[in-house]
Structure formats: structure tokens, C-alpha cells
Design a protein around this ligand. Structure first.
Ligand code: HPA
Length: 265
């Protein structure tokens, strides 16, 4: 019989516990493009391994996604940071995309912090700055859930966690994140469509993980780093290298902000 995704996540959590000796994690963070070095500021790294060493994870496919899993001690709390993630556009299906979240929840995490790189549709945002995700538009036509799992997504991005983040930085803007399947960037016409639909940010990740986290009963905080102005709004062409470079430049600032926010959760 094939094992269920949940059974594989339990297996990964068991292996994680035995490798790290940590019985239960409090908060898990998924560090997207440009966010990996921000993990250095979260606390003392106690364990580090290739994520693919745990059952059910794939090796990383994208430059800038290092595919490392780090255990971090922050005071009396245990944090788990995934440096890199699997994307839908890699073509391995939704279960592998949300295996990080399912594993983290199986290892005890009740709070999941999802970070990503995004293009700015909202003209008030500036490149290199962080934006809280207030809500999302899932335009991937996919769900990580199958069967009659009617999960309420009214408050996908936890209002209390967002309030805690804004206590740290009252000027932190909030916006709606539109998830596209990728891997191509959007056309200018698609960006105009997304703006008309109410999107402030556009990216290729996060929403599957947010849905899986809510289905598993965990709270979600989402944060984007604006790495570029969305297609057609500024005339410049988009390039993955530029996305990564912006992430590297902003790592210190967003890392400190993230560490301060995590301390409040
Ligand atoms: N579009 C989609 N995904 C992205 C972008 C973008 O402009 N920037 C970073 N990830």
C-alpha cells in the first residue's frame, strides 16, 4: 500500500526528532528566495542538515534555494527553519510542496512563518522592502487538499500574528499576494488583471503551504520581500538573478525585522 502524505510527514518528523534530539518545535519558518541568510539572525543554530536527508523531501532545484533544514534555539523555544522550498512549477505535485509544513506540524510546530520573494503590483511598495501578507489569491488552480476537507480560509494569515508584526514595525505595509503557477514571470496584461482582482504582490509560492498549515490547525504569518516591480509597470525586464541580488542586499534589514517579529510570536 502507498503511504499517505501524512504518514510520510510523521516519518520525517520522527527522523528529525531523532537527529536533533528536540522533541517538539514551537515555530517553523520557510525561508524563500532572498531570505535564507535572514535565518542567521533568529538564534543559535543547533543542528543543520540537508532537507533531502529526511523522508519525502526532494533535493533543491532552484538557485538561491539551498535546501537546508536548521534547528535553532531561541531562549526557551525551538525553531525550525527550512532554507529553501519546493515549488509547484517543479512539477512534482502539491504533496511535496507542502511536505515542509506537514512535517513541521507533525514535529509540534503550531505557528508557521512563510516568507517569499514577490513582485510589487502596488505602486506604494519599494524594491527591497518587506510586506506582510494579509490574504491571498490562489491562481494556481491547485489545492494541497483532496477529499471533503472544507477548510475555512477566512483568516488564513492570522490577524493576531499580523498585529504582533506591526507592533514591531508600525509602518510595515500589508497586501494581498497573488500566487501564479510560474515558472515564467507574468505578462504585463496579466499584471493589469491581477491588479484589477485586488492583488498587491505576485509570486509563485506560499499559498499551498498556507492552506496546508490551516488544514493542519497551525497559525500562519506570511511575509514577502519585494524584489522587483511587477512586469510592465516599470518598463524593465525581469530576471531571476536580480530577484536574488535584491534578496541578498536586503537580507540584513529583513532578517533583523523577522527576528524581532518572531521574538513577539
Ligand atoms: N512574479 C512572480 N514571482 C516573482 C516575482 C514576480 O514578479 N518576483 C519574485 N517572484
Amino acid at each position: 500500500m502507498t503511504r499517505t502524505p501524512q504518514a510520510i510527514a510523521e516519518e520525517a518528523a520522527t527522523e528529525l526528532r531523532s537527529r536533533t534530539g528536540v522533541d517538539s518545535y514551537d515555530i517553523a519558518l520557510v525561508m524563500g528566495s532572498g531570505w535564507a541568510s535572514a535565518a542567521d539572525l533568529l538564534g543559535e543554530a543547533t543542528h543543520e542538515m540537508a532537507t533531502a536527508d529526511l523522508p519525502g523531501f526532494l533535493p533543491p532545484a532552484v538557485e538561491g534555494h539551498s535546501g537546508t533544514l536548521r534547528g535553532i534555539r531561541d531562549g526557551d523555544r525551538n525553531l525550525l527553519a527550512f532554507l529553501g522550498r519546493t515549488h509547484l512549477y517543479e512539477g512534482h505535485g502539491t504533496d511535496v510542496v507542502v511536505h515542509n509544513v506537514r512535517t513541521a506540524v507533525a514535529a509540534g510546530a503550531k505557528t508557521i512563518v512563510l516568507t517569499n520573494a514577490a513582485g510589487a503590483i502596488n505602486r506604494d511598495y519599494s524594491v527591497g522592502s518587506p510586506v506582510l501578507i494579509a490574504d491571498h489569491l490562489n491562481l494556481t488552480a491547485r489545492s494541497p487538499l483532496t477529499g471533503a476537507d472544507f477548510v475555512d480560509l477566512s483568516e488564513t494569515y492570522d490577524p493576531k500574528l499580523r498585529a504582533a508584526a506591526r507592533e514591531v514595525d508600525p509602518d510595515l505595509p500589508e497586501g494581498v499576494y497573488a500566487a501564479m503557477p510560474g515558472p515564467h514571470f507574468e505578462t504585463p496584461a496579466e499584471i493589469r488583471m491581477l491588479r484589477a482582482m485586488g492583488a498587491d504582490l505576485v509570486g509563485m509560492s506560499t499559498v499551498m503551504e498556507a492552506i496546508a498549515a490551516r488544514a493542519a490547525g497551525a497559525r500562519v504569518l506570511g511575509m514577502s520581500l519585494v524584489t522587483n516591480v511587477a512586469a510592465g509597470l516599470e518598463g524593465a525586464n525581469l530576471d531571476h538573478e536580480d530577484v536574488l541580488a535584491t534578496g541578498r542586499d536586503a537580507a540584513g534589514t529583513v532578517g533583523r525585522l523577522l527576528a524581532d517579529i518572531v521574538a513577539q510570536l
